[in-house]
Design a binder for this molecule. Sequence first.
Ligand SMILES: O=C(O)CCC(=O)C(=O)O
Ligand SMILES: [Fe+2]
Length: 353
Amino acid sequence: MSTARTRDGQLHIPTIDLATFRDGLAADRALVAAELDRAASTVGFVQVVGHGIPAAVETGMIAAMDGFFGLPMWQKKALRPASPEFNRGYTPPRAERLSLSLGVDSPADLFEAFNVGRSADDFPGLGLDELQYAPNLWPLRPESFEPGVMIWFSEAARVAREVTSVMAVALGLDADFFASYQDHALEVLRLNNYRVPADEKQLTPDQVGMGAHTDHGIVTVMWADPEIRGLQILDQDGSWHDVMPTAGALLVNLGDLLAHWTNDRWVSPRHRVLPPTDDEGRLVRRRSAAFFHDGNADAVISVLPGCADEEKPAHYEAVTVAEHLATQQSDSRGLAVKPSPSRDTEPLLGVQT
Ligand SMILES: O=C(O)CCC(=O)C(=O)O
Ligand SMILES: [Fe+2]
């Protein structure tokens, strides 16, 4: 885990064009890979254009989100998982504190979310753990929810793989280097809804939409409402910087496993979401869809040969994806959190808003 490095105090998020990498000549592909290397070594975020996701697929996913999050709370809560260890279904507002995964306490996060992921049934014959590869929970309404979300899911999965090909080239590896780590990848799409709280005056100055955290897997492919402030990245000097995607672009950020693989040559950036605001500083609703591409649960991640030498020895032990995720995710839900002298004693789960 690390924080973003600025250049001249500015946090610049480079843009890469996946279509150029897909269809371009070797020299064009090398330029895209170099740009990604620059982004990965500094800010840990990149904007992706030329991703090839049709506009209708984006519209369908947004309509699915709006339809589901617009349901009455009792209907949404019926979709909560039987146990919070299952990363599926509905998470009500103020049910998680992502900053706990960094050992930092904060008021409970404002976001509500719906999680969808790969299930053991998607990979017959592999005997995968049904806690990690849990079955999905689908709402009956809106009817278009499941197809709309699943099409987005498979497109985001494709984009994640294309980005990892660019990464492999950027690291001087074969373009398909990561393929053996991602053929039964743990993948979760978290649809996030940051509603304007009913009583704005209740917001304390330290209230966050989503607490500071790093993403734990390989890469996150994210759609977010353009031109709404909320998402911020921490730089190495401890300053937070706003990040807003350009309309039509996706934000892609690196997760902890890439920092591990590259022995911290690349950055898994610390980020958070403030209560979202528009241009005039008014609180507004904001939506995001974060697709986490975490790799095969049984894949062993050890520092890549080209990323360690006598001067900079490997400072990460080999770890499986499942081992790594187990500790990180349970922390953010307060499942494995050490007692802290918190001023806030409300229970973490099942809190009504
Ligand atoms: O909503 C956002 O912009 C960020 C979401 C995020 O960081 C996450 O879901 O891990
Ligand atoms: Fe995140």
